[in-house]
Design a protein around this ligand. Structure first.
Ligand code: VGL
Ligand code: ZN
Length: 196
């Protein structure tokens, strides 16, 4: 089965020190890099999404939204984490890049699913930030489109605005048939020695 790795919003503003910091957000870079390395060695598709807002985005508090300004196009906060492995020819998909568009899902980058379908991909592996927003929304949209979805538990982190948000998101994903694996399990499953 053809598989693609989607690296979701691993940007400075979602990491400690950033405008919308997720606790431990930077800790997902290492397992994400391990998966990126494995997928590249296998010649498998790796795509990156970016939260990519204009300065007057509707999700920002001054414009009536819930969030502090974050991931503003062209700023340091919107750049990928400096240790994230992003090849020069990386496929990058930007989301929510007009003032009125707020969509957490990678689907909102209209190229994402058509591109995957064109490449014959049937299974997605998701890593990145944040668990109950962009990871969950992308996972659910992918399930609705018929993809098999694996979310990598050590390579995601929640915002946890309310206690329990993370657990609820994991439960909702499981209920929709999303499979949860650690990065080690994922690599062993997809790229480990074949048992015959
Ligand atoms: C995200 C909150 C606001 C995310 C984006 O990438 O999960 N969360 N914008
Ligand atoms: Zn955002």
């Amino acid at each position: 089965m053809k598989t693609a790795l989607i690296v979701v919003d691993l940007q400075n503003d979602f990491c400690p020190g950033g405008a919308l910091a997720v606790a431990g957000g930077d800790q997902v870079v290492e397992p994400a890099n391990r998966l990126i390395c494995h997928f590249r060695q296998q010649g498998t598709l790796v795509l990156y999404t970016r939260d990519w807002h204009p300065a007057n985005h509707c999700s920002f508090k001054p414009w009536g939204g819930p969030w502090p300004a974050h991931c503003v196009q062209g700023t340091a906060g919107a750049q990928f984490h400096p240790l994230l492995d992003v090849p020069a020819d990386a496929m990058i998909m930007d989301k929510a890049w007009t003032p009125d568009s707020e969509d957490f899902s990678g689907k909102s980058s209209s190229e994402l699913f058509p591109r995957l379908a064109h490449a014959g991909v049937q299974r997605l592996v998701l890593v990145g930030l944040a668990t109950e927003y962009c990871i969950k929304a992308t996972a659910h949209d992918a399930r609705a489109e018929g993809y098999e979805v694996m979310v990598i538990t050590d390579a995601i982190r929640p915002v946890n605005i309310r206690p329990g948000d993370e657990q609820r998101a994991l439960d909702e994903m499981r209920a929709r048939g999303v499979q949860l694996f650690t990065s080690v399990e994922c690599i062993a499953l997809l790229h480990g020695p074949k048992i015959t």
